[in-house]
Write a protein that binds this ligand. Structure first.
Ligand SMILES: *[C@@H]1O[C@H](CO)[C@@H](O)[C@H](O)[C@H]1NC(C)=O
Ligand SMILES: *[C@@H]1O[C@H](CO)[C@@H](O)[C@H](O)[C@H]1NC(C)=O
Ligand SMILES: *[C@@H]1O[C@H](CO)[C@@H](O)[C@H](O)[C@H]1NC(C)=O
Ligand SMILES: *[C@@H]1O[C@H](CO)[C@@H](O)[C@H](O)[C@H]1NC(C)=O
Ligand SMILES: *[C@@H]1O[C@H](CO)[C@@H](O)[C@H](O)[C@H]1NC(C)=O
Ligand SMILES: *[C@@H]1O[C@H](CO)[C@@H](O)[C@H](O)[C@H]1NC(C)=O
Length: 422
């Protein structure tokens, strides 16, 4: 038997104290569900060529998408979003295949939780799908961008990233299960984290039954979780569109961006949701990058994939999504026009960052902003200790790492998890 080291004891005590008194407040109230026959009602179709990542696609309008069945609801009631795989594209100097890019009417600011339940992610050589959020009000990347699901070609794992203007970083000890590849969010890659959890991409993702992602946008940080189907927490798997969600039992996120190294309210304006599939372009189509996972006859992304019949090349280039649900971490009354399933006709910022009443959030959203903390009757012990605690937990994981195979160490981690679940 190995005695717990002092650091572990401190963590366990701190964790216990935190979960007993404070964690009860991190619950999220449902705001809107995109699902079933109404899934596509609250989105804008791009209706132009890919002029942001220069893929060889034309993003069609809603009418074309529906009549060509590039967006539809399948027999299982899930939303399908796909690349055209039934048109023969002739070789030409400039080719584009039809595909989809949709942007949510609504925007989501600090205090939001966004979850997506996915059955199938588009994959294959030249295929570049993404589910992400785009900051409004300022020219990109002035309002920030959060990439929740993104990958290319035959990559085997998902990648999560933030994109911002300079001076937003990922904390060196963020407390996450993923692997940091780039820590400066203003670089072309963004602050990029590779998923470590199993089956986050490609055929194995679909074979495992898909999975769920959750994005939490908070003043204390931005956090992204991923679970393959068998690992989805019960609080999510048993939930329906009206359930309250409790984020406190989720453990370490896959990617974590604490506000300690990036002032969230400075770099992120209210975010629109974006779902798309492009082909080739400035990431998947870069020759060296293409060649790293794809080995096709001429090694040309466009010639070997986009040009030609489209099938079977793009038979797996489709999203199948059960639902997207959005939540708010306190019950701000909604305007009459914004029922959870019916979108308002015009873009509507449901959660203006500046109007979040802090009294209901018990410090969850108030601490990182000194002016708010000062005027708060309840100084937010939660956020402060959480900010301290996340790096501590990460440090503990590091300290324990060399002897992780020791069952004793596993036990300590279990104890931590248990206490967290209380
Ligand atoms: C892309 O094209 C659309 C339609 O012309 C235009 O509104 C938009 O500003 C363009 N975006 C970029 C980044 O050039
Ligand atoms: C693919 O699209 C890009 C961006 O529009 C363009 O520069 C390139 O020439 C296209 N390639 C082919 C073979 O059409
Ligand atoms: C999830 O947890 C919260 C807080 O404990 C609870 O209010 C909610 O009912 C749970 N939801 C489900 C579907 O279990
Ligand atoms: C959601 O689940 C709750 C509790 O199980 C139930 O009362 C409610 O009717 C369900 N709502 C829908 C829309 O299915
Ligand atoms: C973070 O940014 C907000 C908005 O720009 C600002 O009001 C606040 O003072 C900043 N907080 C810190 C700690 O710099
Ligand atoms: C396109 O792909 C779908 C599966 O995504 C498949 O069912 C269909 O047969 C394909 N279309 C053609 C024309 O092969």
């Amino acid at each position: 038997m190995r005695a717990a080291n002092p650091l572990e004891l401190i963590c366990i005590l701190l964790w216990g104290w935190l979960s007993a008194d404070l964690f009860v407040f991190a619950s999220y109230v449902p705001l809107r569900e995109y699902a079933g026959p109404n899934f596509f009602d609250a989105w804008e179709y791009y209706n132009f060529v890919d002029n942001t990542t220069w893929g060889n696609v034309t993003y069609v309008d809603r009418g074309t998408a529906m009549s060509n069945r590039l967006t539809y609801i399948n027999d299982a009631g899930n939303a399908v979003i796909k690349v055209d795989n039934s048109t023969f594209i002739q070789p030409a100097p400039l080719v584009h295949r039809n595909s989809i890019r949709i942007t949510s009417h609504d925007t989501y600011g600090i205090g939001s939780l966004i979850m997506i339940d996915v059955r199938h992610i588009p994959y294959g050589c030249s295929v570049w799908p993404s589910f992400w959020t785009l900051g409004t009000e300022r020219e990109w990347p002035g309002g920030g961008e959060i990439d929740i699901i993104e990958g290319i070609n035959m990559l085997t794992h998902n990648q999560i990233a933030l994109h911002t203007t300079p001076r937003c970083f990922q904390d060196v000890n963020p407390g996450q299960t993923g692997q940091t590849i780039q820590g400066d969010c203003s670089t072309p890659q963004g602050c990029l984290v590779a998923e470590n959890r199993p089956n986050s991409w490609g055929p194995s993702f679909a074979q495992a039954g898909g999975g769920v992602w959750a994005l939490q946008i908070d003043v204390v940080g931005i956090f992204v979780w991923y679970w393959s189907r068998p690992d989805v927490p019960e609080n999510i798997s048993t939930a329906n569109s009206t359930s309250v969600i409790d984020t406190t039992v989720w453990g370490l996120p896959s990617a974590s961006y604490p506000a300690s190294a990036c002032n969230i309210s400075e770099f992120f304006t209210p975010q629109q949701l974006v779902l798309l599939i492009t082909l080739c372009g400035t990431w998947a189509g870069v020759p060296d990058i293409y060649a790293s996972t794809c080995h096709t006859p001429t090694m040309s992304c466009v010639a070997d994939n986009v040009i030609g019949p489209g099938s079977p090349t793009y038979d797996n280039a489709f999203w199948e999504i059960s639902w997207i649900r959005t939540y708010l971490n306190n019950p701000v009354p909604l305007p009459q026009t914004s029922s959870p399933v019916q979108a308002p006709a015009t873009p509507n910022t449901l959660i203006p960052t500046s109007s979040l009443p802090m009294t209901n959030t018990v410090g969850l959203t108030s601490v990182a902003e000194p002016t708010r903390a000062e005027s708060s009757a309840q100084p937010s012990a939660f956020s402060m200790t959480r900010l301290l605690f996340i790096p501590l937990l990460a440090l503990l994981e590091k300290v324990g790492a060399p002897s992780r195979s020791n069952p004793e160490d596993k036990l300590h981690l279990k104890v931590l998890t248990r206490l967290q679940i209380r």
